[in-house]
Design a protein around this ligand. Structure first.
Ligand code: AGP
Length: 619
């Protein structure tokens, strides 16, 4: 989730733009850059690392900081913080990016899904590329369509692109103008006196103006010092009211949500959409060419081992079902802090997958290193480019959830599960263990997941809040599930533990009669995940068992199967139907929300729970 800021107006904007980037630091980044139009040409500075590096670079006298040297105040410019998804963390890959003549510069947040195809076309037309990014494509596309009208060139470039992104462009021939466009990723205009801002989030210019215009999906906006003109993809003008933002800076960072955790729960549809973007194409195949995994090795693979900690371990458990079901390869799963000390039997021919959103968790890194020393091929699944795990792995599959600030992992969990679904389907395709038609059906289901998660959040939150209201004073919760429902229970139970400090237990429902059933009495709330799966009937009878002992049963059911669950549960939460192996990615959302509302109703700080750190780098 990159940060973009643009300014056109009467004031020198170099420091205004960098100040705007500082307000977007919470979005996370690994490099940054700024471009300004100075005396009819574009000057640009980019730097890897934090904004202090960019500030230092900009203030280098006679360095590459031409911007600093050009004391003639520039009043139009772009700036960007990069959260790398395509291309390594380097100065060349930092934004802004330019066209062949450096007369057009752009900054972009999001992903261009058809970048490979466009890159080939433009290269064939003679365009020269200077970065590994998907974003640079946009500058060259505008150059391709440039006939003197920047808005028209941006519109035509926009119509060539596929994916979800927002970008801003400037042209040295049009020093009084910026043109921006949006598909899915957020874009907001800030209107000041004789000046106009554009950004990916309101905090970037909130200190300068509270008058905003929201840019909707598929819109192009032309900005100058007098304001903004919105048009659609055919050039038809669109009228839009301006609004007054009442948020304080803290709320703005949370996009108006009371906490980062709730903001990040709401970002889950985007996190999954970005994670699968440009890895699933129109031909309904999964493309993981980015992985350095030889197909010969994959075809002969006899075993996979997954190691991880905490929430990442639960994502691995879902991944095991997907890989075993679709690719028919046995998957061994272990908690990293156990795996590293059990002298595991692992070696050449084995693939060991380490899942870690931060990429810095000591136990997971140690488990991966041990496996690698013993000859295994090691793949990292992480959310952070440049993190330690990327250096300790033979190949890396990136999730694209953006920076997660809340200690309790939410959007990184669903993006890890989506990454496991991609990997499972890719393996099945390479190994031919599934018919093409079945892979196409499952890829179709995968593409539909972001909107189904959206549906659960929008339709389910009120229902979950009502259940929380009648349960937040409870002092113990039991979670029950079977088969692919069990990892959902383990994750739901962990969420409630870590943010509400209420003891919870998650159990395989078939195990109940072997002991835990003794825990139950009239008041025990039991969360039962009864989503669609091959053992649905079995699970229903387990629920009936605990209900028979008077427990207070809250069932999570798949749309269309809620009647059977309601028959054995006191309350039922319904989630959208998808393929049974993909049910966990929607079924976890109400359990995240339940933990959230219970913790909030107990007046707790959900973003920074006691005794917990976001990244556990100690052994
Ligand atoms: C989850 O909410 C916790 N923050 C914690 O269990 C976390 O999942 C665990 O520490 C693993 O972190 P990682 O994914 O960064 O390796």
């Amino acid at each position: 989730m990159c940060g973009i800021v643009g300014y056109v107006g009467g004031r020198p904007c170099r420091d205004l733009l960098i100040a705007g980037l500082e307000k977007l630091e919470y979005r996370g980044y690994d490099s940054a850059g700024i471009s300004l139009i100075v005396d009819g040409r574009i000057e640009s500075v980019r730097a890897v690392g934090n904004l202090a590096n960019l500030r230092a670079a900009v203030n280098q006298p006679n360095g590459n900081g031409a911007v600093a040297v050009a004391e003639a105040p520039s009043t139009v410019g772009l700036a960007h913080t990069r959260w790398a998804t395509h291309g390594r963390v380097t100065e060349e890959n930092a934004h802004p990016h330019g066209d062949c003549e450096d007369r057009i510069h752009i900054v972009l947040n999001g992903i261009v899904e058809n970048h490979a195809e466009l890159h080939r076309e433009l290269e064939a037309e003679g365009h020269r590329f200077s970065s590994e990014t998907d974003a640079e494509i946009v500058a060259h596309l505008i150059e391709r369509h440039d006939e003197g009208d920047l808005t028209d060139a941006v519109r035509r470039a926009f119509n060539d692109l596929r994916g979800h992104y927002a970008f801003v462009a400037m042209h040295s021939d049009h020093p009084g103008q910026l043109v921006a466009a949006r598909r899915e990723c957020p874009l907001i205009v800030g209107l000041g006196e004789g000046e106009t801002f554009v950004a990916s989030a309101i905090p970037a210019f909130l200190a300068e103006t509270r008058k905003v215009t929201l840019i909707e999906n598929g819109e192009i906006v032309t900005l100058d010092s007098d304001g903004a003109a919105i048009s659609d993809t055919d050039g038809q003008p669109i009228a839009r009211e301006t609004e007054e933002v009442t948020w304080d800076e803290d709320a703005a960072e949370k996009s108006g949500f009371p906490t980062f955790m709730l903001k990040e729960i709401h970002e889950q549809p985007d996190a999954v959409a970005e994670t699968i973007a440009d890895r699933v194409h129109d031909d309904d195949r999964v493309d993981l060419d980015e992985l350095d995994l030889d197909e010969g090795f994959v075809s002969k693979l006899r075993r996979i081992v997954i190691v991880a900690c905490g929430t990442s371990y639960h994502a691995g458990l879902v991944g095991r079902y997907a890989i075993e079901q679709w690719a028919r390869i046995p998957v061994e799963m272990d908690i990293a802090s156990e795996y590293r000390y059990r002298d595991p039997v692992v070696g050449e021919g084995d693939l060991v997958i380490g899942i870690t959103q931060s990429g810095e968790t000591a136990d997971t890194l140690a488990a991966m290193r041990l496996a690698r020393e013993r000859g295994a091929t090691v793949m990292g699944v992480t959310n952070i480019m440049g993190s330690q795990v990327t250096r300790d792995s033979d190949t890396v599959l990136y999730t694209r959830a953006g920076l997660e600030i809340g200690v309790a992992a939410t959007k990184t969990f669903v993006s890890q599960v989506a990454a496991m679904y991609l990997f499972g389907l890719w393996l099945a395709d390479v190994r031919g263990s599934l018919e093409r038609a079945e892979i196409a059906r499952l890829v179709g289901e995968l593409k539909a997941l972001p909107s189904k998660i959206d549906e659960v959040i929008d339709a389910g939150d009120e229902r979950v809040r009502a259940i929380a209201r009648t349960h937040y004073e409870q002092r113990f919760f039991l979670y029950l599930g079977r088969n692919i429902g069990l990892p959902v229970c383990l994750e739901g139970a962990l969420k409630l533990k870590e943010i509400s400090y209420i003891p919870t237990d998650a159990y395989a429902a078939g195990e109940m009669k072997h002991g835990p059933i003794a825990l139950l009495d009239e008041s025990t709330p039991v969360i039962c995940v009864v989503t669609d799966s091959p053992v649905m009937e079995k699970m229903l009878s387990n629920v009936a068992e605990v209900r028979a002992r008077g427990a207070d049963v809250i069932g999570v059911a798949t749309d269309g199967a809620e009647a059977a669950v309601s028959a054995v549960a006191d309350q039922t939460i319904v989630v959208p139907r998808t393929d049974w192996v993909m049910q966990p990615i929607v079924a976890i959302v109400p359990l995240q929300l339940l933990a959230y509302h219970i913790a909030r109703m107990n007046g707790l700080n959900v973003d920074q729970p006691r005794n917990l750190a976001k990244t556990v780098t100690v052994e």
